[in-house]
Design a protein. Sequence first.
Length: 64
Amino acid sequence: MEPNQETRKKLVWEIERKLAEDEARPIIFYARGATCWQPHVKGLTIMVNSIYNGWRMEDVWMDK
């Protein structure tokens, strides 16, 4: 707990910079039916009628 607002800002920006450098994606929301939206996941087709259909991942690849 830091009472000084300027020091808090510096800490937040330092954390933000480290996360950006590591390409980290902190989880801020989790749903049971979540899908992968990472930019390096290619070929993933989301089914229109249900998010639970079509999870064979035959055409999915990692572009990283």
